[in-house]
Design a protein around this ligand. Sequence first.
Ligand code: ADP
Length: 486
Amino acid sequence: MKTLLSRILKNSRPFRSLKFRIFILMMLIGVIPSVVTCACILLNYENQTIFEKTVDATNQGRALSNHLTEIAFLNNVGEEALSELSALSDYLSGRIMVIDSDLRVLSDTYSLSLGKTVISREVVDCFLTGQSNSSHNKKEGYIELTIPITGIDSSEAEGVMLISISTEPIRDSVETLRRKSWIFVVTVSIFVFVISLTLSQLLLRPFVRMTKAISSIREGFDNEAITIPDYTETEALTDAFNDLMSRMKKLDDSREEFVSNVSHELKTPLASMKVLSDSLREGGDIPVEVYREFMDDIAEEVDRENQIITDLLSLVKMDRTSENALNIDMYDINEIIERILKTLRPIAEKENVELIFESMRSVSAEVDETKFSLAIMNFVENAIKYNKSGGYVRVSLDADHQFFAVTVEDSGIGIPEEAQQHIFERFYRVDKSHSREIGGTGLGLSIARSAVLMHRGAVKVTSVEGEGTTFTIRIPLKYLTQAPKA
Ligand code: ADP
């Protein structure tokens, strides 16, 4: 029953409407109390009236019974007593019979059973107990009273006064009252209906306005912020929506910027190649040395284009990788770093840069080997690239009980303070011409940082221009499935 109700509430469109629920709630609150009150009043009224009628008839009947005893009515049915019985019968709007100990009817105000024998359990009980009794027959619609008539000298019941009163008049007045109550309930319901309808419309108006405002925002994010301060709830909702919109706008801006940067970066080597090949084509008799030099330049540009595309692919892959796609396992971090340094040593030697590895302890941690290696590789490669001849790159590894830290320190050219907050942005390069000279794409640090963040880690940079730079990478030893709270 409960599940059926909750299923209806969940699946049916009108039931899911807040306006409808508010309307129904107000209707229930308004109508139920008036229905219950009317029903209680009606029930009480009927019972109370029947009770009062019974008490009144018993008192009157007892008084008359005493009088009948005094005038020895059972022995001598007198006219005066008969008219008193008739008067009480009229007063009570009922029938009064007096029955003697042979169960014979001595008098009947309806004159229907005079002289007949009455065999009724109530009458017999009254003779036996000598007590008055009353009963209400709801189905037939009458009250019946038996009142004993004692003898002059004895306290025994020698006769019984049987009073039957129809409850029809009470029922009629209850019926009239019921009709009036219905009119009252219907009037109240109509009133509550109108109030509920109006209020549910009014209360939900801010939400309707909000839906309209949100729907009116089509393309683009230049629209003004939505403000619906009617309720704290609508205010919170619009604030959250505006916040989301501004974040989407930022995202949209950065996407646009990224696309334009990508196009620019990809076009630059192509433009160089075009110039070089055009000059070869149109140059007439070109000496072989010049020809070779130009071809070398073209090959360099192809390499560069290739590098940009490779970096872009790594970046896109990194962006698209959800945490489930990470290939996390327990690895010896010392071993990974040593392998990376071995790969980069020839480049370092070529640049006349000393490559040092300092391991404070042996560290095992849960990482994605490929992505972690890519990150460290980029940091160390940069440290070699942006160094000076005769300089050094010191990679150190340490750990506490929760994290391990890789520090890549170099004695290179350093990063100006104002540029430090931008170096992780895509395509950002401090010195474009210098970076281009040494084959930078501006994507390396962005890729590295994404890889570290995927491991729930953090990167910190400190640098002094002309003296050197230190990158510190801190990653949890045990992979956290949820990002730590900021
Ligand atoms: P790039 O491919 O140009 O090296 P990165 O994203 O790796 O791109 O780095 C962004 C910029 O940050 C570089 O162009 C360089 O100017 C600066 N940079 C990065 N690492 C270092 C470092 N170790 N020393 C000095 N400058 C650095």
